[in-house]
Every structure is written in structure tokens, then in C-alpha cells.
Design a protein around this ligand. Structure first.
Ligand code: PHE
Length: 505
């Protein structure tokens, strides 16, 4: 059967941007910039983009586009034994999206309740923990489901299924909406916030450069981790997406557009977030660092609280509340389905099942695996799993990939593939990044994370949850990936075999 293809190049680029631009751009990037020297952070950020983000995304695009396979198949074409290196990112993606859907489930509640007014003018902390999550006392007390979360999660999965089920070409149409609408919505939030008293001070805090941080090692680490995470690297996504492109499409251009569009969304989010936080700080007469946070607390407690302070009454507040949470949903949905697609590509390359059936199966498994995140202890488990999968799953995925390409396959083989088909060409500095810089940075991050987590168990949770949702989950990713890599493909046709012998010359 003919491989699924994007309808056109723009759809592919939008899908890649859609995957990259997610919750991390909105709730992580602004805070990381603020915390790490404001405008001065742009230096480590761009250095990390150029030395790691761009080389790696080009590598992932090339792997997929050249081999016309998702991550496991692409890596297996380099060497049979490397199939495991391709399943690891795919299974890590599975874990991430199992809880990413939970976060989207919360956001649906805020959208719906902007109409009922449940959090409008109310205490958003109380609303989030007690009304939405109905939070239990700790990870070991599941306490049954929070139905409001469960409903949101079910809605998210249904949506993802309908987006993916008709294949790549129809996904290519959906991304026009899911990528462009958060940009428009962010513009609305920026315009609203910049005219508020205190907004400019907030933005100043966000960007005011403090160059002294450049000598601080941690700032550089933050820059590299943000770049890996924000570009959705090491998850098999960019490989899968590129495998639906014709083999001769321009790689460097596509990669640069994706990277800079994603950074654009990050910067815009920074203005929207810090403009509003600046207003809130002034309103409450507190310093900005007291209100500046990242992650779940920022998106579900602090920001809606700031929206509650907007002048104009409940209708205006409700309107901006909906704008903000629909921004999160549209930012998140295309990151979520890209994670699913990484799985669908991996499985449908290997097993002789109809793609639609695989999509449905993967989504059903994800729904079941993710049920724990809809329980009253969901937030705790999400916090633990998120920490471990980002610190180990994603990083190990990147290490395995760069070792396979940089040390076994030899980077020049890929460079000789992407340069001739690209308008801009990359010199041999790219090889150095793939062979040395990226794996060294990643191995360094891995060791640092290991030391930190062994010394102080994450988040103050006890050892049981730490083992189940953390180390056990990571070992599980390894076991499942290994098992899948050892299973015989039901799809090996003559074509694949001859490709393998050529080894991608
Ligand atoms: N890149 C997305 C973000 O910044 C998150 C993500 C990571 C999505 C890994 C998919 C895979 O929010």
C-alpha cells in the first residue's frame, strides 16, 4: 500500500510546528527566561538551538524522510539491532501523551466552567484542587475518579481519534486550525494585557537582561533542556512526520522554519503571561517574583486568578478565560496527537494492520493506561511520571539516536542526503554537533538528573510512588521497547529487505 503523505509541504511544516509549540511554550518558556537572566537568556537559548536543537531536528527529519519509516523502522534500517533505539522514543511518547491528555482534560473544565461561572471571580486555587481535581491526600489514595477530569479526558481522546483516523492528509488540514488559532488567541491576550497598568513592568521583568547569569552553569543546562523539550525531539515524532514527506523535499528549510516558528510562539506567550502577571502584581501590591511561576500552578491557578482581576465584569473575564484555555487546548492538541502518531507510525510500519485500526487500538490503550491520571490522585501521578519521563525517557531517546547516527552510521551519510535536496547547505560542523556536542550534553544532563534524583527523591513523594511512577515506569519503557524490537514484523516485504542491505547508502 502507498505510504500516507502530507497533502503539501505547508501542512507538514505546520504539523511539526504544532507538535513543537505546546504547553511548554506557554507555561515553561516564559518562566525559564524570567528565572535565568531575562533577555540575557537568549544567548544560551540560541546557542542551544544552533548547537543541539537545529542539528537534531535536521537529523530526525532526515532519518524519517530518507527511510520512509517511523522511528523504529528508520533506526532498524541503519542496523537491525537499533530497532530498540527507535522503540524507546515511541514508548516514551506513549507515556507522555497518556498524561498530557489529563492536562487537556483540566483545561476543558475551565472552558466549560467559564460559562457556568464556577471559577469566575472565585478562588482559583480552591476551584482547581477541589472542584476540578477533587484532590486526594496523596498518590497512594486514588479515591476513585474525578468525573469532571474523566469527561475532559474522554473528550480529548475522541477528538484525537477523529483527527487522526483519516490519515496524514487530513491531519494536514487540521493543523492549519490548531497552529494558527493559538497564535491569533495569543495576540488577543497580548493586546489586552499590554494596556493594563503594571503590564510593562511585568514584561520588563521577563526580558530585562542580567548578563551575569551567563557564567552560571545551571542557566546553560536549562537552555539545553528547554530546547530538547520544546522541539519535541527524542520522541520519534519528527521522524514519523518526516516519513510522510516525499524523499526529496528540502530538509534544512523545513527545519529552520519549524524551529523559528516555535520560538516565535514561545516569545509571544512570554508577553501574554508576563504582561498579565505584571498587572496582577501591581494590583495586589506584591513583587512580580511572588506571582511568577511555571507549569500547572501558573496555568490553572495563577493565570486564571489574574484573569479574574481584569476590569470589565464577569462577561469580559469569562471571555478572556475562554481565550486563554482555548489557547492551551489548541496548543496542546497537536502536540498530543503528534505523540500518538509517533506510535501509530511505529506500529503500522511493523505490523500488517490497517492504519485506522492501529490508531483506534493505540488510543484505547492510551486511554486505559492514562486512567490513573483521572483519579483524585491524578495530579500526583502526573507530576511523578512527567518528571521521570522528561528527565530520562526523552534524554535517553536522544542519546540512543545520536549514538546510532553519529557513531555507527556516520553523520556524513545523512549530510550527503540532506544537503543536495536542501536549498541551504550545512558544513561538517553539523557532524560535530551530532557526534559530540548533542550526545555529550545529553549524557551530562542524564548524569546530573540521576545524581539529583538519587540524592533527593523527587517532589517529596515516598519511595513507593517514586518506584512505580518513576524508576519502574522507565524500566517498563525499556522492557516494552525491547520486547517490541524482538517481535518479528508481520510486514517485511521484499522492498524492506533490499533496503536493509543497502543500509541507506
Ligand atoms: N514540545 C511540546 C511543548 O513544548 C511538548 C512535547 C514534548 C510534545 C515532547 C511532544 C513531545 O509543549
Amino acid at each position: 500500500m502507498q505510504r500516507d503523505q502530507w497533502g503539501n509541504r505547508a501542512s507538514f511544516i505546520l504539523a511539526a510546528v504544532g507538535s513543537a509549540a505546546g504547553l511548554g511554550n506557554a507555561w515553561r518558556f516564559p518562566y525559564i527566561v524570567f528565572k535565568n537572566g531575562g533577555g540575557a537568556f537568549l544567548i544560551p537559548y540560541f546557542v542551544a538551538l544552533i548547537t543541539a536543537g537545529i542539528p537534531l531536528i535536521i537529523m530526525e527529519f532526515s532519518l524519517g524522510q530518507k527511510h520512509q519509516q517511523g522511528a523504529p523502522g528508520s533506526l532498524a534500517k541503519i542496523k537491525d539491532k537499533f530497532e530498540f533505539f527507535g522503540w524507546w522514543p515511541v514508548i516514551s511518547a506513549f507515556v507522555i501523551v497518556s498524561y498530557y491528555a489529563g492536562v487537556m482534560g483540566w483545561a476543558w473544565n475551565y472552558v466549560a466552567d467559564a460559562f457556568t461561572g464556577a471559577w469566575i471571580g472565585a478562588n482559583t486555587q480552591d476551584y482547581f484542587y477541589n472542584n476540578v481535581l477533587k484532590i486526594s491526600s496523596g498518590p497512594s489514595e486514588l479515591g476513585g475518579f474525578s468525573f469532571s477530569v474523566l469527561v475532559g479526558v474522554v473528550l480529548t481522546w475522541i477528538l484525537i481519534y477523529f483527527i487522526l483516523r483519516n490519515g496524514t492528509e487530513s491531519v494536514g488540514k487540521v493543523v492549519w486550525f490548531t497552529v494558527l488559532s493559538p497564535i491569533v488567541l495569543l495576540l488577543i491576550l497580548i493586546f489586552r494585557s499590554v494596556t493594563l497598568p503594571g503590564a510593562i513592568a511585568g514584561i520588563n521583568y521577563y526580558l530585562q537582561p542580567d548578563f551575569s547569569v551567563l557564567t552560571n552553569f545551571r542557566v546553560w543546562i536549562d537552555a539545553y533542556s528547554q530546547v530538547f523539550f520544546t522541539l519535541s525531539l527524542g520522541m520519534g515524532i519528527m521522524i514519523a512526520y518526516a516519513s510522510y514527506m516525499p524523499e526529496d523535499s528540502d530538509i534544512i528549510n523545513n527545519a529552520l522554519i519549524t524551529v523559528f516558528a516555535n520560538s516565535g510562539v514561545s516569545f509571544m506567550s512570554g508577553f501574554a503571561i508576563f504582561g498579565t502577571l505584571g498587572y496582577m502584581a501591581q494590583n495586589q501590591g506584591v513583587p512580580i517574583d511572588e506571582v511568577a511561576t511555571a507549569g500547572v500552578g501558573l496555568a490553572f491557578v495563577t493565570y486564571p486568578n489574574a484573569i479574574n482581576m481584569l476590569p470589565g465584569g464577569p462577561i469580559v473575564v469569562g471571555f478572556f478565560g475562554i481565550v486563554f484555555f482555548v489557547t492551551l487546548l489548541t496548543l496542546g492538541i497537536d502536540s498530543a496527537f503528534s505523540l500518538v502518531e509517533s506510535n501509530v507510525a511505529g506500529f503500522s510500519d511493523k505490523f500488517n494492520w490497517e492504519k485506522r485500526k492501529i490508531t483506534l487500538t493505540v488510543i484505547s490503550l492510551l486511554f486505559i493506561a492514562g486512567l490513573v491520571f483521572s483519579t483524585k490522585a491524578g495530579l500526583y501521578w502526573l507530576d511523578i511520571v512527567d518528571h521521570y519521563i522528561n528527565n530520562y525517557g526523552l534524554i535517553v531517546g536522544g542519546i540512543l539516536e545520536t549514538i546510532a547516527v553519529g557513531w555507527y552510521y556516520k553523520p556524513d551519510k545523512l549530510r550527503n542526503y540532506f544537503n543536495p535536496i536542501s536549498e541551504y547547505k550545512f558544513g561538517s560542523w553539523w557532524n560535530i554537533m551530532i557526534k559530540f556536542v548533542v550526545p555529550i550534553v545529553l549524557i551530562f544532563l542524564l548524569i546530573r538528573n540521576l545524581i539529583a534524583d538519587i540524592n533527593t527523591p523527587y517532589g517529596g513523594y515516598s519511595m513507593g510512588p517514586q518506584w512505580i511512577g518513576g524508576w519502574g515506569m522507565i524500566i517498563g519503557v525499556g522492557v516494552v521497547s525491547y520486547f517490541l524490537s524482538q517481535t518479528t514484523s508481520t510486514k517485511l516485504d521484499a522492498n524492506d529487505i533490499s533496503d536493509k542491505n543497502i543500509g541507506g547508502e
